[in-house]
Design a protein around this ligand. Structure first.
Ligand SMILES: CC/C=C\CCC/C=C/C(=O)SCCNC(=O)CCNC(=O)[C@H](O)C(C)(C)COP(=O)(O)OP(=O)(O)OC[C@H]1O[C@@H](n2cnc3c(N)ncnc32)[C@H](O)[C@@H]1OP(=O)(O)O
Length: 332
């Protein structure tokens, strides 16, 4: 049984039976809860309800072999947790280009949830095991010639991935070691800090307009929160992919480092962030992100319907097919 929030009491609508929102450490799917204002201090992240890990010992079931608590490897993402530092690394390894397929997204969310539920973990570094590519963004084949049901399932998974990363209580650092268009860029933008390899051949940005599609409002909101209105407006309309040095200049990433220093630097930045008490940092993060998160949470079904009707249009299908054809010709 998980403990309840310190704010929980007779003033909560759900008193005396604590709802999911009032229960710290609950892993249930995030849903807006009527008890939220009373049970949780204003500004606390609505998604991840794991309690602050700062100063707490790891919660590991007795008898579980230590190795199991430290690492789990799946098909498309390698997860390693260093319990002494409290830092996990999630390494994308889905050849050829780490595209965000339904399977990838599902595995991503499960892996992150596992880490959230492990109190030994306080920070996560996202990076790639595929040379030169961080992530090629949403898997375009998931958006081409599929059923309405498939589009709905896929888009829910994309939403879930963003809600989990953007709303994550843990410190999230993107160690961007390759190109990162569209959905790949969104993952990086959703982290707390972005370090990119100093290589002008690697680019990052929300290039949706180049595919004839439109970045959803929550992609746009996330981008605006990182770079500001003017830069986001220009970059989004042009579907710009910014080479690493330009990405730094515009604030899309926070710093550039030589490739061989990337993991070391990510660990050093993580240590700086983890030096703060978790609860203060988490509440501050929530305060900064809550409005944007709530906007999608309260319009989630509408957003799925919009994606389905937009993607199902013959003109959009044609654009996506032509884009895939262009990629194939380039690679072949
Ligand atoms: C209402 C809202 C509606 C819609 C919103 C949707 C929002 C969409 C967000 C997205 O993320 S859309 C995806 C955008 N991504 C891209 O534009 C990237 C495209 N890819 C590239 O630019 C390059 O592939 C690269 C990532 C820079 C890597 O280049 P490289 O030369 O190393 O590889 P190559 O191009 O040869 O690709 C290898 C192989 O992979 C296939 N591929 C690449 N990207 C994707 C992808 N995103 N989805 C599916 N498949 C992808 C490519 O076709 C090649 O396949 P092949 O070997 O069979 O030819």
């Amino acid at each position: 049984m998980f403990p309840v929030s310190p704010n929980y009491g007779s003033g909560c609508p759900c008193f005396p039976t604590p709802c999911a929102q009032a229960v710290l450490g609950s892993t249930s799917t995030p849903v807006p809860c009527p008890a939220l204002p009373a049970c949780v201090p204003p500004g606390v992240l609505p998604l991840s309800r794991r309690p602050p890990a700062w100063g707490r010992a790891a919660r590991q079931p007795p008898g579980l072999p230590l190795a199991l608590a430290r690492a789990f490897s799946n098909n498309k993402i390698l997860v390693e947790l260093d319990e002494s530092s409290g830092v996990a690394t999630m390494k994308f390894k889905s050849p050829p280009v780490n595209s965000l397929s339904l399977d990838f997204l599902t595995e991503f969310c499960i892996s992150l949830e596992k880490l959230e539920n492990n109190r030994a973990c306080r920070g996560v570094i996202l990076t790639s095991a595929i040379p030169k590519i961080f992530s090629s963004g949403l898997d375009i084949t998931e958006m081409c010639g599929k059923s309405t049901e498939h589009y709905a399932e896929f888009w829910r998974a994309v939403q879930e991935m963003w809600l989990r990363v953007y709303g994550c209580n843990m410190v999230m650092i993107a160690a961007v070691n390759g190109s990162s268009p569209a959905g790949g860029c969104l993952i990086a933008l959703s982290c707390d800090y972005r370090i990119m390899v100093d290589n002008p051949k690697f680019s990052i940005g929300l290039n949706e307009t180049q595919l004839g599609i439109v970045a959803p409002f929550w992609f746009k909101d996330t981008f605006v929160n990182v770079v500001g209105q003017r830069i986001a407006e220009r970059s989004l309309q042009l579907g710009a992919l910014h080479p690493a040095p330009e990405a730094l200049k515009l604030g899309v990433v926070d710093e550039l480092v030589p490739e061989e220093k990337l993991q070391e630097r990510a660990a050093a930045v993580m240590a700086q962030w983890l030096a703060l008490p978790d609860h203060a940092r988490q509440i501050t993060k929530s305060m900064m992100r809550k409005t944007v998160l709530d906007r999608l949470i309260s319009h989630r079904e509408e957003d799925i319907q919009h994606f389905i009707s937009f993607t199902s249009k013959e003109s959009i299908q044609k654009s996506l097919r032509m884009y895939m054809e262009m990629l194939r010709k380039k690679s072949g």
